[in-house]
Design a protein around this ligand. Structure first.
Ligand code: SF4
Ligand code: SF4
Length: 210
């Protein structure tokens, strides 16, 4: 992230102000021919009501999702880290693919500055380095910077939050930052403990809506 990759390799990520408001509504990622996330050692969670996805995946490659109620399933990956449903570089069950695949949006890393796990997911990291958001106003540019500051604050100040409230998984921490960054103060003179309190209140609020 922040790497100078050259203009020709940049990919428009969309208008930041629109994207950040809709991130929890619809992913709709302009993936093009990329399928990096299907080749990145991901466990795919499938909910019990995803009948079409469950019917389309051979039962022998599905297993019970740990720490989830009965009926929640998980699909793993092969020795190369590829999803077993990726055939000839394409999703073989595209129309019936799980909701987890539909929701995945690697732009969350570009927007928040949260680092992708480079060892496990170098292909996703490459794609993330290419995304560039557009801004329709000076405020939007400031908001992207504020989101990045909020994400960095969460990663660097875990000890100021209740135990286990800040995830370690990069996707989860990026999504948490997107959910709460509007509570991150514009006033940089605020003490870290006060910032953590404000963010914790927002975390409780969004938990209440979950
Ligand atoms: S890594 Fe990103 S761009 Fe590539 S397929 Fe996945 S979501 Fe789309
Ligand atoms: S089910 Fe399809 S979209 Fe989902 S990870 Fe596998 S190949 Fe990719």
């Amino acid at each position: 992230m922040g790497e100078d990759i050259g203009e020709e390799l940049r990919i428009p990520a969309g208008i930041f102000s629109i994207w950040v408001e809709s991130e929890f509504v619809s992913a709709d990622v302009p993936c093009g021919t990329c399928n990096a996330c299907c080749r990145s050692s991901m466990f795919i969670h499938i909910e019990p009501e995803e009948i079409e996805a469950i019917k389309s995946i051979p039962p022998e490659i599905l297993f019970h999702a740990p720490w989830q109620p009965e009926g929640h399933l998980m699909m793993g990956f092969n020795e190369q880290g590829h999803c077993p449903m990726l055939v000839d570089n394409k999703c073989s069950i595209y129309d019936a693919r799980p909701q987890t695949c539909r929701n995945y949006d690697c732009r969350v890393f570009a927007a928040t500055g949260v680092a992708v796990d480079l060892k496990r997911q170098p292909e996703i990291a490459k794609r993330v380095a290419q995304w560039v958001f557009e801004h329709d106003s000076a405020e939007s540019l400031e908001e992207e910077a504020r989101l990045k500051s909020a994400a960095a604050f969460l990663c660097q100040n875990r000890d100021l939050f209740p135990p286990d409230s800040i995830p370690y998984n990069p996707s989860e921490i990026a999504l948490l930052a997107i959910g709460i960054y509007k509570a991150f103060p514009r006033d940089s003179k605020m003490a870290d403990t006060a910032i953590a309190r404000a963010l914790s209140v927002e975390m409780d609020r969004i938990d209440g809506f979950a």
